[in-house]
Write a protein that binds this ligand. Structure first.
Ligand code: HEC
Length: 127
């Protein structure tokens, strides 16, 4: 027969175990979503944007080009993230809010800015 005290002991072991496993999972989750790594951003761009914007963001249509130095809706990371989130009503540029996390959208905004030689910045001159 199992005594009351050993039942309580087993229950508390189980509870501590469940707590430890739970908090480890939460910690991993938080780490994973901190910032999307480069490869993931590239993959997201290839999957969702390339068809319209071109492999190097060099679409022949000016409104869709990321390389011509013209950013119709603003060139800051914030402006671009907003466009990706909300889309441009009345155009083929649809909102990606439902498909991408805010972190992914932020990473994509950074990524597409890099296609513009002017925004790529002075710290990385073309050689
Ligand atoms: C179905 C075609 C299509 C897809 C897919 C698409 N876009 Fe667009 N995008 C457009 C069009 C068309 C415009 C131009 C809208 C306009 O006339 O202002 C545009 C505009 C933009 C702009 C604004 C450019 C500027 O000059 O201000 C950004 C930024 C952008 N897209 C990012 C993205 C990203 C990132 C993705 C992938 C997550 C994506 N787009 C997917 C068609 C598309």
């Amino acid at each position: 027969m199992v005594g009351m005290s050993s039942l309580i002991f087993m229950l508390s072991v189980w509870l501590v175990g469940a707590f430890l496993v739970g908090s480890t999972l939460v910690a991993q989750e938080a780490k994973g979503s901190a910032e999307a790594p480069e490869a993931e951003v590239e993959q997201a761009y290839t999957m969702r944007c390339v068809a319209c914007h071109g492999a190097d963001g060099n679409s022949q249509l000016p409104d869709m080009s990321f390389t011509d130095g013209v950013w119709k809706h603003g060139s800051s990371e914030e402006d671009i993230a907003k466009i990706i989130t909300e889309g441009v009503p009345g155009t083929a540029m649809m909102p990606f809010e439902a498909q991408l996390s805010p972190e992914e959208i932020q990473a994509l905004a950074k990524y597409v800015r890099q296609f513009d030689p002017k925004l790529r910045g002075a710290e990385k001159p073309k050689g």
